[in-house]
Design a protein around this ligand. Structure first.
Ligand SMILES: Cc1cc2nc3c(=O)[nH]c(=O)nc-3n(C[C@H](O)[C@H](O)[C@H](O)COP(=O)(O)O)c2cc1C
Length: 166
């Protein structure tokens, strides 16, 4: 067996979620990648040892136009190290097209976006059981949605995994 075929990529998916969609997408992506992949939820661990990984995927979700604060802080704290890695970035949100692209651009700093080999818009989900009164009111007003809805884009998750593995 050649040296290169022994080589195993070490991948971390580091993410934050409010109601579980980014968590679901992170797990789906890890299954697609089918290799040595660590799932790190920033809710429980913010000090991952990045030196252990050669590929880092960062993911979060949009609420009222903003990405999760924990993702923002993680990138700020680790920006230099992240720029030395193979990088991927994904976002969960319900807007599509230009609005989603704009949210992606606002969520991640330019140098991190430029370094990333995969950008993923994975769609979104609304889980009314997990939303409070105000969140339900906002969603109803802005998106005119009144019940739990799933619009996860599984094909974008598959395409993203292929880019990471290439
Ligand atoms: C209160 C609230 C505000 C939201 N604001 C936006 C928004 O500004 N843009 C958008 O595209 N999606 C918005 N969404 C949809 C979320 O991005 C979507 O539900 C996503 O799947 C949430 O991911 P999470 O479960 O990982 O937190 C909002 C959802 C809620 C509940």
């Amino acid at each position: 067996m050649s040296e290169s075929s022994n080589f195993k990529m070490k991948i971390a998916i580091i993410y934050s979620t409010k109601h579980g969609c980014a968590d679901k997408c992170a797990h789906t992506l890890a299954n697609e990648i089918e290799t040595n992949t660590a799932l790190i939820n920033l809710e429980f661990s913010t000090d991952a040892n990045l030196a252990e990984f050669d590929t880092i995927i960062i993911g979060g979700s949009i609420h009222a136009g903003m990405i999760n604060k924990k993702v923002k802080k993680f990138i700020e704290k680790n920006q230099e190290k992240l720029l030395t890695k193979k990088l991927g970035l994904f976002l969960c949100c319900l807007f599509e097209g230009e609005k989603a692209l704009q949210q992606f651009q606002d969520a991640y700093p330019e140098d991190i976006r430029n370094k990333a080999i995969a950008h993923g818009l994975f769609g979104g989900e609304l889980d009314f059981e997990k939303m409070n009164f105000f969140e339900k009111a906002i969603v109803k007003k802005v998106a005119n949605i009144e019940q739990s809805t799933s619009r996860i884009n599984y094909s974008n998750i598959k395409d993203f995994a292929l880019k990471i593995l290439n």
